[in-house]
Design a protein around this ligand. Sequence first.
Ligand SMILES: [Zn+2]
Length: 267
Amino acid sequence: MISNNSQGIKAWLQEMRWQEVQQYREKREGLALIPVGSVEQHGLHLPLGTDSMVAISLARDAAQRTESVVTPPLWFGWSPHHLALPGTITIRPEILIEFLFDVLSSLATNGFDRFVIVNGHRIANIPWIQISAEKAQRELGVRVIIFDPAYMEKEVADEIGFGEVGHADELETSHMLHIMPEFVRMDLAEDHVPPERKHYHVDPRLQKDTLCWVPSTAKELKQTAGESGGVSGRPTLATAEKGKRLHEHLVGRLIEAINELNKGRVT
Ligand SMILES: [Zn+2]
């Protein structure tokens, strides 16, 4: 995780001394990236920390190229839907909302006023991050934007030919093969394509009519997990090359968002 950018400025807040933070603040107008992820089952072949690792890698690489600061990641997210398989750790929505607010509030006390939340736990964490961001903007007078790969990879995902957003799928596995291949066991990857759903589609790329939210029951989740091994999609099609293309696209988009935020207007 230790990494400096080309100018020798550290990207990770936890590796800096307070005077370095002060110097950064004086030079860089107080923008910070905050990676948020999850610790949840990711099939037979990916590690539990996949979503956090994605958020960490995106935030680190964008921060290095823009000389920005990244806070320590929030490893835990909202994942009750994965508790059927061991190792998953979920936190309640109100905890995520308040935890993130306290991080924003602490940094705001010392002059940080612009934040990019990088959410690696695609879609699922968004409502709670949004509540926290709204509260921070209202009470702390800061700007907060949310960067979620599921919404920022739509164009490149279509170009590469990734299927519908799933879980531990071709897209996520490709991404991990690029950023942290040492944690991927392709020899254990198994495809599992769930039957098509009629009224509920979480993928923002799909044009179909959809209900906003249909949370599964614990019984349904246990059954699905048992049948699928925790996978929804085709991880066997994953390659590091596809992951590299995806990653570079996402980092590029994140840099664009950082630059806009630094100019004071996000359009
Ligand atoms: Zn994931």
